[in-house]
Design a protein around this ligand. Structure first.
Ligand code: GLN
Length: 191
């Protein structure tokens, strides 16, 4: 099973490492044709405005919407979460508009730049060490969205069908259980 990491900008090699620890093959995706060859896609952290611009330039908006409509799982982390959202607070335009939620960018007040904490994530047994870097939070979720984790009463991990998102960077620790969770989603989508 192959999981692609969208490699337009941002943290790609760390995700490939975590995906391989979770037992799937990880490959960098730079062209839309490469989506045909993978069963799941990760949109990494970075800068959402830059990733969105490059996605438009290379035809990824339509191509990823099709990928999702075919039931193939997508995992967005940090900027990748922002790119998946239907609504971005304070901006007229969103990007993929696939997940029914509003995101607030750079949202953690005094902890704005970066912080780490241990999170309880639904579906994962023990707490997960989570690294937040200029992280977004999730608000106004639609009824199809399942909340998987909160931090300071704000939603930081969620799922809507084949879509999984986290505000933090699961690829920056040795703990690959959230990647494992995603690989399981990809396996289930193949069954
Ligand atoms: N603050 C960035 C943005 O708004 C996201 C930061 C990240 O991915 N670590 O796009």
């Amino acid at each position: 099973m192959k999981v692609g990491i969208l490699a337009l900008q941002g943290a790609v090699t760390e995700h490939i490492r975590s995906i391989e620890l979770a037992g799937a093959k990880g490959v960098a995706v730079k062209r839309i044709e490469e989506l045909d060859d993978i069963q799941g896609l990760i949109i990494p952290g970075g800068e959402s405005t830059t990733i969105g611009k490059l996605m438009r330039k290379y035809g990824f908006i339509e191509a990823i919407r099709k990928f999702s409509a075919a039931g193939k799982p997508i995992f967005g982390t940090c900027a990748g979460l922002i790119v998946l959202a239907a609504r971005i607070e304070g901006q007229d335009e969103a990007h993929l508009e696939l997940m029914d939620m509003t995101v607030v960018r750079n949202a953690f007040g005094r902890q704005r730049e970066s912080f780490e904490t241990d999170l309880d994530i639904k579906g994962i047994d023990e707490r997960v060490r989570a690294v937040f870097i200029r992280a977004p939070l999730i608000r106004d979720v639609g009824h199809q969205v399942e909340i998987l984790a909160t931090h300071q009463d704000e939603i930081v991990t969620a799922r809507q069908g084949n879509l999984l998102v986290s505000s933090f960077h699961p690829e920056l620790t040795d703990d690959y259980r959230l990647h494992q969770f995603f690989v399981n989603m990809v396996e289930d989508s193949q069954a």
